[in-house]
Design a protein. Structure first.
Length: 423
């Protein structure tokens, strides 16, 4: 038998690979993570507000959307700045400038959480971004000199008024706001809470709205209090009454166009990143199952003990007969018939014991039990048979040919005087 260690190691690696594919494929779906915005898309659609999602291969026309929502996360900043990105051939545009150019209402949600929150699924103090990082992101789109405040008391509730007489109760974990004392001249607070301002609009860019806390729009925050109702009310207020064009949820950061939407997907070369689609849930479950089955198959098929046997019992008897014949031939050639006779007597008694007591009784204990059974029928014959058998087995190799023949004949007659049934 070969060592099982290599095959067990291979099986373990396959199982770990299956678990890794499953875990990574689920963890890489940022849009469905706590920081993603899939929940906002589904909630708006459920309230009758159509939503368009950004596509890296599509240039979206401004005329086809009523409101643009841009989650300005630290994660997106890192991805957008990577060299070799598919948008490198486009001149960088910031959403604030495009909002003024196309007179497009644009809601920009500031970053609050690090990307680790999306993979770990736990929002804690260690996952909060520094205020300096938020200021850097705002500088990129032309905003500066904002101060920020963040609560240290955990969850806080408030009832901001987006529309007169319609307060909505919201709840935020360590809410992040603009410090009112730091607001530049010309910036107006549209909604806020006791800690500070939540939503701003500045005169220099009247079509841009800055939301300080993204938990009012992301998957993590929509489930708290009436945050989902606040998000719907906010979108309805910014896109305007009677508007039917969809909301544009922009997570790709591509520039807009004033012409019709252009699909440029065919002009892009495929990259290794496209392979991720084949390992996204639920396909990851299929691949994981295949790997587990392969590991078990390799493990169970790693041993080979000869050709397959059709009938095990017949082959065992054949092997025993062949072994006895080979041993007898060697003993005859060596002139030691006494040892051969002793083995013959021992095997014959073992066979009789198995006939009476089953296949597991062909040992010393089974033979002793055989003599006890025979003694109950005829004690004298049983004792004579036992003495003759013992003499042939233990001292047969010391007997002369005539003594060996005489004792063997006595053993045969005594054994033949007993009847052996099927039990």
């Amino acid at each position: 038998m070969r060592s099982s260690a290599p095959m067990l190691a291979l099986g373990l690696l396959l199982v770990l690979a299956a678990l890794a594919i499953f875990a990574l494929s689920r963890g890489s779906d940022y849009d469905r993570s706590p920081l993603g915005n899939k929940g906002l898309e589904l909630w708006l659609q459920a309230k009758g507000i159509p939503v368009l999602r950004s596509d890296p291969h599509v240039v979206q026309a401004r005329s086809e959307v009523s409101l643009r929502i841009v989650p300005l996360s630290i994660r997106q900043g890192e991805v957008a700045s990577q060299p070799g990105d598919e948008t490198d051939d486009l001149s960088p545009e910031n959403p604030a400038e495009e909002a003024g150019r196309y007179a497009l209402p644009t809601l920009i949600a500031l970053p609050k959480w690090r990307n680790s929150v999306s993979t770990e699924g736990v929002a804690g103090k260690s996952g909060l971004v520094d205020f300096s990082e938020i200021s850097n992101e705002l500088d990129k789109i032309g905003y500066s000199d904002f101060g920020f405040a963040r609560s240290e008391t955990g969850f806080e509730e408030a009832q901001p008024h987006l529309q007169p007489g319609q307060p909505i109760k919201i709840a935020l974990y360590q809410p992040q706001t603009f410090e009112r004392s730091s607001l530049p001249e010309g910036c107006e607070e549209i909604a806020g809470m006791p800690l500070g301002a939540l939503l701003l609009r500045c005169d220099d860019t009247p079509d841009v709205y800055l939301l300080s806390d993204p938990d009012l729009l992301n998957n993590h925050g929509l489930a708290l209090a009436d945050n989902a109702a606040f998000a719907v009310s906010l979108v309805q207020s910014l896109r305007g009454a009677g508007e039917t064009r969809p909301v544009y949820l922009d997570t790709a950061g591509r520039p807009l166009d004033d012409e019709a939407t252009v699909d440029e997907g065919q002009s892009y070369e495929r990259s290794t990143a496209d392979l991720k689609r084949f390992f996204v849930y639920p396909l990851s479950v299929i691949w994981g199952t295949v790997l587990v089955v392969a590991a078990i198959s390799f493990w169970r098929g790693a041993y080979r003990f000869g050709p397959p046997l059709r009938e095990a019992s017949a082959n065992i008897e054949l092997s025993k007969t062949a072994a006895i014949e080979a041993t007898a031939r060697l003993l005859r050639l060596s002139g030691n018939d006494g040892r051969m006779t002793g083995q013959f007597v021992l095997h014959l008694l073992a066979d009789k014991a198995q006939l009476l007591f089953g296949s597991g009784a062909g040992n010393q204990a089974g033979i002793a039990r055989l003599f006890q059974r025979l003694a109950r029928h005829d004690k004298a014959k049983a004792q004579a048979l036992h003495a003759t058998a013992e003499a042939l087995i233990e001292r047969g190799h010391l007997m002369t040919r005539s003594d060996l023949h005489r004792n063997l004949e006595t053993f045969r007659k005594l054994l033949g005087s007993f009847e052996f049934g099927s039990q």
